[in-house]
Write a protein that binds this ligand. Sequence first.
Ligand code: C2E
Ligand code: CA
Ligand code: CA
Ligand code: CA
Length: 279
Amino acid sequence: AKQEGRQGYQFFTQEMQSRSVRNLQIVNALRQAQQLNQLQVYYQPQVSIADGQIIGAEALLRWWHPELGSVSPAEFIPIAEDSRLILSIGEWVIRQAVRQAKDWMKQGFAPLIMAVNLSAVQFRHHDLPALVSRILTEENLPPECLELELTEGVAMHNPQGAIAIMNNLHARGVRMSIDDFGTGYSSLSYLKKFKSYKLKIDQSFVRDINTDVEDKAIVSAIISLAKSLGLKTIAEGVETHDQLSFLKEQGCDEMQGYLISKPLPSDQFEALLNTYRSP
Ligand code: C2E
Ligand code: CA
Ligand code: CA
Ligand code: CA
């Protein structure tokens, strides 16, 4: 047992070491990713369940590095947060997404609501509300066309602080949605005070919605809670028609997921918008 323990310990440190080596590689590579044009913003359609129209898009960051290959945001965003590189990368994403929304508007597509993810570091940075307003003014996009996604976990970490920041953004006309909803133990009293517009039902509840009775119950509870608070709902990770029918039956407003489309580079998203536009 003692030997096993020692081996276990060695294995643990080796794993930790290789993980920190990779993290270090990622931080160093990420520092240059912006200048080297390795970052790209993809867009995933958000669709109205009632009529199937595309009414919004979520901006999702993609990173391709010549040696590391394609690195998932699930891996590099936390590293970017720790190193605070997320502040400049995050600002770039907001700028790109706002500019893209304006570009599609200028091309005559029906106005889309552009949703952009905010990390905890970005959300708590004192300059965020002014920065967002500045970008909207410079790119000439109406503030109600931008929606900032904040995870329930980040919002609930310091609810009083979050309320103040959300109030500030709300006063500037920007919409907020609570991402990964259902995973963060919101207290209802706070949820009422958050200046949010939409709850995004986490994909972990949507996955087994047709077979798991608990997930069914959770999703319908979230939808009725949202309705009673006057909030819209969007389900993420919708992959099948059966999932969609359940959501429709429960009165969920919007959906997002592979059933409609994966996140797409801007030209492909535009091609998709065109197929919706033509008669
Ligand atoms: P998220 O905000 O919860 O984004 C949803 C994730 O689900 C995305 O993964 C999306 O590609 C994926 N997805 C969409 N539809 C489906 C589906 O039908 N099935 C399945 N299985 N997955 C689906 P992605 O793009 O890898 O992003 C992962 C996470 O990285 C995001 O989770 C978000 O937390 C973070 N992230 C991505 N881009 C940004 C960014 O610009 N800023 C910040 N702060 N975080 C970002
Ligand atoms: Ca999101
Ligand atoms: Ca989410
Ligand atoms: Ca997530």
